[in-house]
Write a protein that binds this ligand. Structure first.
Ligand code: AMP
Length: 174
């Protein structure tokens, strides 16, 4: 199964992808996760991507496209993948088309998750991540157990300001 999940930040793409990979047995390819890892490792890509990400902007196509094109060529994507957060721009969609054509494979589905902007802001600003288990919590909708609260992380781009900027990008470009 080759599936793309499209939706605004905080729509639940990552949450749904985590459930789907268990059923489908294909890898979950999240460009957001890949970029955050590059930032954490301090790679050249991470250094170039960081400022765009923390301001709620998009990382330039020429940085993001090669990561995905290389990744979907790897053996574990032979039976499919779930793409989460890519493509986000027309050039990214075109590059994906070309890569799939070159590999002689087709997409099975694109699922679009729709959520109202105000609810997105509420979800995003209350979102916290446990760096030890990668579990995502929400301080109101899905409160964390007390003992993990001190280690929870609030993503730099999960402020209201960055969230509104990400929503503007989503509506304008994705
Ligand atoms: P996400 O975890 O999908 O919300 O992505 C977090 C951030 O990573 C985004 O706000 C962008 O700055 C960057 N990012 C992730 N995927 C892409 C993409 N396909 N194109 C450009 N920037 C991206």
């Amino acid at each position: 199964m080759r599936l793309i999940l499209v939706g605004p930040p905080g729509a639940g793409k990552g949450t749904q992808a985590a459930k789907l990979i268990e059923r489908l047995g294909v890898p979950h390819l999240s460009t957001g996760d890949m970029l955050r890892e590059a930032v954490k490792q301090g790679t050249e890509l991470g250094q170039q991507a960081q400022a765009h990400m923390s301001a709620g902007g998009l990382v330039p196509d020429d940085l993001v496209i090669p990561i995905v094109v290389q990744r979907i060529k790897q053996d574990d994507c032979g039976t499919g993948f779930i793409l989460d957060g890519f493509p986000r721009t027309l050039p990214q969609a075109e590059a994906l088309d070309q890569a799939l054509q070159a590999a002689g494979v087709e997409l099975d589905a694109v699922a679009v998750i729709t959520v109202k902007d105000d609810l997105i802001v509420e979800r995003i600003t209350g979102r916290r991540m446990d760096p030890e288990t990668n579990t995502i919590y929400h301080m109101t909708f899905n409160p964390p157990p007390e003992e993990v609260v001190p280690r929870l992380l609030h993503r730099q781009d999960d402020t209201e300001e960055a969230c509104r900027s990400r929503l503007t990008k989503y509506h304008g470009e994705t």
